[in-house]
Design a protein around this ligand. Structure first.
Ligand SMILES: C[S@@+](CC[C@H](N)C(=O)[O-])C[C@H]1O[C@@H](n2cnc3c(N)ncnc32)[C@H](O)[C@@H]1O
Length: 224
């Protein structure tokens, strides 16, 4: 059986059991193969915008004798909406992930589960989700190979959330060591950003907003 990295393992464990899954940007195909072989997913499509990753996924599927489908597709363009119940988009920048979701309007349905793992700017992704009617139902940070990631589960419910602090915090908990480490890393990034714009007159509105976020995040982390 294939052994997943800690990051991919958390993603796999977020997949609703027995669902039909699409792994967008499947690359090597390890996650797709694991989901099928473990029985977590009923059927799996591994899709990628590039041919080489799909060839690698094909070879790996042969090697592990995994019955998965492969699809050359930019985002979800070539995916049949009636097949896809769980949609995984991992290991890409937040803007790319939002673009893929935005182009697939059929994701705005209550029977679709999104599992997203951005490589940067999680606040950008959370804001996109929250202001486009997607509810974040679960979130968990994971440490893997000395790096920290966050894995977000979301579902469309139509409600819009306009809470700036939520965009920066999501559902990360101040009781979990890994979630705290992730938030502390975000905090350091924001503090350095604050420092950079502190004396720029044109950035004073942004400074005030960020200063509030930094203060609130610090308070949240001190709350236990
Ligand atoms: C860094 S890899 C991440 C692989 C895997 N999802 C993971 O998390 O380990 C990114 C993959 O996404 C693919 N990709 C990038 N943009 C894409 C798009 N718009 N649609 C489908 N695949 C895309 C790339 O070809 C690459 O194989």
């Amino acid at each position: 059986m294939i052994t997943l990295s800690k990051r991919l393992d958390v993603i796999a464990r977020s997949v609703p059991f027995g669902s039909n899954a699409v792994d967008v940007g499947a690359d090597h195909g390890y996650l797709a193969i694991y989901l099928k072989k473990s029985g977590i997913a009923k059927n799996v499509i591994a899709c990628d915008i590039n041919e080489l990753p799909l060839k690698n996924a094909y070879c790996n599927a042969q090697k592990y004798n995994a019955d998965i489908q492969l699809c050359l597709s930019d985002g979800l363009e070539k995916i049949d909406p009636s097949f896809a119940e769980t949609i995984i988009i991992a290991g890409m920048g937040a803007e790319v992930i939002c673009g893929i979701i935005d182009r697939a309007k059929w994701l705005k349905a209550k029977d679709k589960t999104l599992i997203l793992q951005p490589m940067n700017s999680p606040e950008y992704l959370r804001e996109y989700l929250a202001t486009n009617g997607f509810l974040i139902t679960a979130e968990q940070a994971v440490e893997d190979g000395g790096k920290l990631y966050t894995v977000i589960t979301a579902k469309y419910d139509g409600r819009v959330i306009t809470d700036t602090l939520f965009y920066y915090k999501g559902l990360l908990s101040n009781k979990s060591d890994t979630d705290r480490l992730f938030l502390q890393k975000q905090l350091r990034r924001l503090e350095s950003w604050l420092f950079d714009i502190e004396n720029l007159p044109s950035k004073q509105d942004e400074y005030t907003k960020l200063e509030y976020i930094v203060r609130s995040l610090k308070q949240f982390l001190e709350e236990i």
